[in-house]
Design a protein around this ligand. Structure first.
Ligand code: SF4
Length: 486
């Protein structure tokens, strides 16, 4: 069974800090970003001779690394990655970082996002087909950089040239023999921030998918890597070189705001916790209901439930207890583990729920399977009415930019009307936040978000044949693509 939530793509992390234990710092950074990918983890470290040591494996960060491994990863520049597979299956050959050699030395690349032209890129890179060791779009970006360097370009030129070949979502950190590069695609679909450690900014740089990765090692937040920007951090240089490699309208994934990113990560000058409280307030304004208590589906539904409670005056209560030692079930790749799902993770509190009219707030519904079980669990615990409120609009379209939202026919809101979904879930009432309410609650230009999974307005043009399958670069996927083109 597929999960009932969209699934995140990856977390990327990098530390350029001569004299610091960069592998250990990266380990902590990846630990903070664990929610972005739980299938595999890896760290590549450049030593003083610009040689690369790499360790990557399947599993959580805490399973992949121990002190002995980290002690072997000595150096002054580290690239780290947590993976959830959106292109390429869940196996160790697809773990990152990707490390390749060039005529001017090795480089290590970590990627968050998904290319929509991966099949074309692979076709263009036909000469390296026998060298590919994975089925990921990330390795294709790395080979595009390698080829550009080997044609004579320097790191900066080669990375720009490779970026220009890519279409889709890509936040990248790239360690080279000339320091660290960080860049985002022109729309900035996936987030990427940077900061510094220590008293001065001199060559002590950290780049992370989210600011919670800076906080965990005490790094100061300096800002976003802007959409379409490339930043070059060099050892010994107090200020990085910042430039644009392309200009396009900003389209940050709004799902990062409502669900994916951690609530303590900063977007648009505030923590996402504050934004999520406001979308709860907006939800209460738009979809009021008479009830006795408001509960949130832990953890991601809690801030919106607090906001709903604050605006409606209905008391907030903890009606569901989460087992914090169970991972986010929807990120775990095996179907069997997802099947075990919600009862493992959430337990309703009859003392709180019995005899109450309950408003339950969740951040999204994808297939509806988990929500249906949850509603039954609330009724079993004695709730007399269950009113479900969702702090985002109905998910009606799949994502092609690094989030696994299932195919359209699996999305409950693409198949059923609001009334039909309510009946399927077994709720007394169901309402979603409007798209306007969702984007207006952010401290940002409301046009600066990708909202395609809610409205089908995809910001990046795609070939009709583009498949949402994460296995599109597996041999069968390639064959299908070729057949489609004939
Ligand atoms: S389609 Fe949805 S999940 Fe994908 S990037 Fe856009 S808003 Fe995010």
């Amino acid at each position: 069974m597929r999960p009932d939530k969209p699934e995140e793509a990856c977390g990327v992390y990098a530390v350029l800090a001569p004299g610091q234990p960069v592998a250990n710092l990266t380990y902590f950074g990846l630990y903070a970003l664990q929610h972005r990918g739980q299938e595999s983890a890896g760290i590549a470290v450049f030593d003083a001779e610009r040689k690369v040591r790499l360790h990557k494996d399947m599993g959580l960060v805490s399973q992949v690394f121990d002190q002995a491994v980290l002690e072997r990863l000595t150096g002054d520049l580290a690239i780290g990655h947590n993976r959830y597979s959106t292109t390429g299956s869940s196996k160790v050959c697809n773990a990152q970082p990707v490390v390749l050699n060039t005529r001017i030395g090795p480089f290590a690349l970590a990627h968050n996002g998904n290319l929509v032209n991966a099949a074309e890129l692979r076709h263009d890179l036909a000469s390296i087909a026998s060298e590919l060791t994975s089925t990921t779009d990330s390795e294709l970006i790395a080979f595009a950089i390698q080829q550009a360097v080997n044609r004579g370009l320097d790191w900066d030129g080669a990375i720009r040239a490779a970026a220009e070949c890519c279409r889709g979502a890509f936040s990248l950190v790239i360690g080279t023999t000339d320091g660290l590069f960080a860049l985002r695609d022109g729309h900035g679909i996936r987030p990427l921030v940077f900061g510094h450690i220590g008293e001065t900014q001199q060559a002590q740089w950290v780049v992370s998918s989210e600011s919670c990765g800076l906080d965990i090692i005490g790094a100061a937040f300096d800002g976003d890597v802007e959409p379409g920007e490339i930043i070059h951090f060099r050892p010994g240089q107090a200020e990085p070189s910042r430039s644009r490699w392309c200009e396009q309208p900003t389209k940050l994934c709004v799902f990062e705001m409502i669900y994916f990113a951690r609530p303590d990560s900063r977007f648009f000058g505030e923590s996402l916790y504050s934004y999520r409280v406001r979308i709860g307030e907006a939800l209460a304004r738009e979809t009021p209901v008479e009830a006795d208590i408001v509960i949130g589906v832990p953890d991601s539904g809690i801030p919106a439930a607090i906001g709903y409670s604050q605006l409606s005056g209905i008391p907030f209560a903890d009606g569901l207890i989460k087992n914090r030692y169970v991972g986010r079930t929807f990120i775990q790749p095996t179907q069997a583990m997802r099947e075990a799902g919600i009862r493992v993770k959430l337990n309703p509190l009859p003392d709180v729920l019995a005899g109450k009219r309950v408003v339950v707030i969740d951040d999204s519904i994808v297939r509806g399977t988990t929500s249906r079980k949850l509603v039954q669990a609330l009724r079993d615990a004695g709730a007399t009415e269950v009113h479900m409120r969702i702090s985002s609009p109905p998910v009606t379209h799949p994502c092609f930019y690094g989030i696994d939202t299932d195919t359209q026919d699996q999305l409950i809101a693409a198949r059923l009307t609001l009334e039909e979904i309510a009946a399927h879930l077994g709720v007394d009432s169901l309402a979603y936040l409007s798209k306007q309410g969702m984007v207006d609650a952010a401290h940002a230009n409301s046009a600066h978000f990708c909202t395609a999974c809610f409205d089908g307005a995809y910001p990046i043009e795609m070939d009709e044949q583009v498949s949402s399958s994460k296995l599109m670069l597996e041999p069968a996927g390639i064959a299908a693509k070729v057949l489609q083109k004939l």
